[in-house]
Design a protein around this ligand. Structure first.
Ligand code: ADP
Ligand code: MG
Length: 674
């Protein structure tokens, strides 16, 4: 038996169990070893009963405690409707006593005898009737230990996985180290065997921390190394070298109806330098919505086309492709450049233009994109790496230059990892003529006035977005009784139509709709066929709705700042004054502070850094959801770890031939991600 033995041959696994394990992605012994606990139940951190902090009135009952106590008395009782049994006990230590309840486990009455000592772990809540503190359905153990909790599925419990791991624990010695020793030493990492062992068979919470640190380092290091290797590989091939016609470019800039910002000029200059070289350009243009990335891309395209090559621009949706097509036509056709559009809805044009704009139809159709000098991809994270590579194919020994664009403001440290294979140009400045979007946090009592304001705006022919965090009621998970329900798109749009805006046209958009339906709804909104669009966070990034002046966000506290900022970017894409109204009923001081940043800060990058400072699940969710951050152990906000791991990857990549195990490991990882 070895790491590559099928898991069904492990003692205690039959055909049925192996099928279930398969559902968890566990096929080989190796997979089992790399199946890590989701969390731990720590029976070693005991709190005295007298020191249990009562949850504040109205606060979430999420505090978990471990107590070591004696059973004073214990008895079963039937609930009034005789539907189930409640076992009630009173337990005590030398600081106080506490009520404990279990449901439908009548055998506990016999098992836990009065006078015996137990260690219990459970949530503390208020008893609904007496208002007393109680511990609800705790788990128990007889001796202090830390129990790993694994992700489970039907028929596979955490305990079962733990047993299997014990049975194969001797296989751990077959796991080979792949990180070079000098890096392990320099970063004071645990050896891989040791880290894996501690995750499955923890000795203390500190040792779990140390093990998690090693795994986090691995994730960041391998990911960055892979990107470094991609970067090296790109440079193996040459790209067509462009000649720069300064007069032509000056005329081009003169022909624009506006003056370029300094940030645009700087990025354009870097791009010129890249294109002049015979090394393939591999650059990311990162700038807020509305910062003017398209013009810079058009500038690059003009250079390449002037040199006799063709350009392809790929966007994630038809609407965005259409939008780019229109903008580029306006800018480039006066220069005698032909612009074409290729989407699934429009595949007739087979005369290849100088620049072809499209969706993924560009790579699906049998279009022969010959003579490509430059590939531009908008919102590249929405495409797979393979799709990008298809466009970037080497032809006649030459690889096209590559320009990627994104409007997601990524915090600086995070970009070290996620954009490690790219040179990054940031457009951190908005065109001067842009009106600042007025942003206000609205308390519950300001709601009616806001609706009046919205009516006035619509009267003027303007449009309004309403963002809700959820789609429908079933998702609503109340944290506690006192919390206001989080708004859902279905209920809120019905309510607005019936009670608030009976005369207005309200449309609805969310992620459960087919992408075709979503596009139609967006296109209709753009065409002013509706006044108000009630939507979840799916509402397209980068789309121009010139008539929209109000962005209203419900339960604003449940979104990250960068995400709120992206919503805000949907309005103000015209010369009208626009508004962003943040609705929140949260009393929490931190929530209020975060929302006040939205009022005072208009840069997406600054807000992204604030996200990191106050990082919490809500704040970081936006990055995970948009596919930018997808690690199990690595923490988005751990700047020191990110810097260490990316630095190590850079160093190692310089002499990668010395580390065959590492190359193999990176390959394995890449295969996993396909
Ligand atoms: P994004 O970076 O979101 O892709 P766009 O390139 O679509 O932004 O530009 C948004 C709008 O701003 C467009 O209408 C564009 O013509 C205009 N624009 C771009 N650069 C400038 C500038 N320097 N001054 C004024 N308007 C500009
Ligand atoms: Mg854009």
């Amino acid at each position: 038996m070895g790491l590559d033995t099928k898991v069904q041959f492990v003692h205690g696994v039959g055909p049925k169990m192996s099928e279930r394990l398969d559902k968890l992605g566990i096929k080989m012994v190796r997979d089992l070893i790399y199946y890590f606990p989701r969390t731990y139940l720590d029976y070693t951190k005991v709190t005295k009963i007298g020191e249990i902090a009562a949850p504040a009135y109205g606060e979430a009952r999420n505090d978990n405690y471990t107590i070591k106590a004696k059973i004073i008395n214990i008895a079963n009782r039937r609930t009034s409707r005789r539907r189930f049994t409640v076992t009630e006990a009173v337990v005590a230590d030398d600081t106080g006593s506490l009520k404990v309840v279990w449901f439908n486990q009548p055998y506990l009455e016999k098992m836990l005898k009065s006078g015996s000592e137990v260690i219990l772990n459970g949530k503390i809540s208020y008893d609904n009737f007496s208002g007393q503190l109680q511990m609800e359905s705790p788990t128990r153990t007889n001796f202090p230990q830390i129990v790993p909790i694994y992700p489970e599925t039907v028929g596979i419990t955490s305990g079962y996985i733990g047993k299997l791991l014990k049975a194969i624990s001797y296989q751990l010695s077959a796991v080979r180290e792949y990180i070079p020793e000098e890096i392990i030493k320099k970063n004071q990492l645990l050896p891989i065997q040791e880290a894996i062992k501690l995750l499955h068979f923890p000795e203390s919470s500190q040792s779990i921390e140390k093990a998690r640190e090693r795994m986090a380092f691995d994730e960041l290091f391998l990911f960055s190394l892979q990107k470094q290797l991609i970067k090296q590989e790109i440079l193996i091939h040459k790209a067509p070298k462009m000649k720069i016609d300064e007069k032509f470019l000056k005329d081009f800039v003169e022909s624009l109806p506006f003056k370029l910002t300094d940030a645009q000029k700087k990025s354009a200059w870097r791009i010129i330098k890249d294109l002049e070289s015979d090394q393939p350009m591999n650059r990311l243009l990162n700038g807020d919505v509305g910062s003017g990335k398209t013009v810079v891309a058009a500038f690059a395209a003009a250079v390449v086309i002037k040199n006799g090559y063709r350009v392809a621009l790929m966007a994630p949706t038809e609407i965005l492709a259409n939008q780019h097509f229109q903008t580029l036509t306006k800018i480039l056709e006066p220069l005698g450049i032909s612009v074409g559009l290729l989407t699934l809805a429009n595949k007739s044009d087979h005369n290849l233009p100088d620049i072809i704009v499209g969706t993924h139809a560009l790579i699906q159709e049998k279009v022969k994109l010959t003579n490509l000098g430059l590939v531009i991809i908008d919102e590249q994270h929405r495409f797979g790496v393979n799709q990008r590579d298809k466009l970037l194919e080497v032809r006649n020994g030459l690889r096209p230059h590559f320009l990627s664009m994104t409007a997601t403001p990524i915090p600086r440290t995070m970009s070290l990892v996620v954009f490690a294979d790219l040179d990054v140009s940031v457009i951190d400045e908005m065109p001067a003529d842009r009106k600042k979007i007025i942003t206000r946090t609205v308390p519950p009592q300001g709601r009616d006035k806001s609706y009046e304001f919205i009516k006035d705006e619509v009267q003027k022919g303007h449009q309004v977005f309403v963002i809700c965090p959820l789609i429908e009621e079933t998702e609503t998970v109340k944290e506690n009784l006192f919390e206001e329900d989080r708004k859902t798109v279905t209920k809120e749009s019905a309510r607005l139509q019936k009670e608030v805006f009976p005369d207005l046209r309200i449309a609805m958009l969310h992620g459960k709709l087919k992408s075709k339906e979503k596009e139609t709804i967006m296109a209709n909104f753009k065409a002013k066929k509706s006044d108000i669009l009630v939507s979840t966070s799916v509402v397209e990034v980068g789309i121009d709705i010139p008539g929209a002046t109000v962005m209203m966000i419900e339960n604003a506290e449940s979104f990250g700042l960068a995400q709120l900022h992206q919503f805000r970017g949907r309005v103000g894409r015209n010369d009208l004054q626009s508004y962003c109204l943040l609705f929140s009923s949260s009393n929490s001081e931190t929530a209020r502070l975060r929302l006040s940043y939205m009022e005072s800060i208009s840069s997406g990058f600054e807000l992204a850094e604030k996200d990191l400072e106050s990082r919490g699940p809500g704040q970081m969710y936006g990055y995970v959801q948009s596919g930018f951050w997808d690690f199990r152990f690595a923490d988005i906000g751990d700047r020191i770890m990110i810097e260490k791991a990316t630095e190590a990857a850079k160093v190692v990549s310089q002499s990668i031939d010395k580390y065959p195990e590492l190359v193999e490991k990176v390959g394995e990882r890449a295969k996993h991600l396909e």
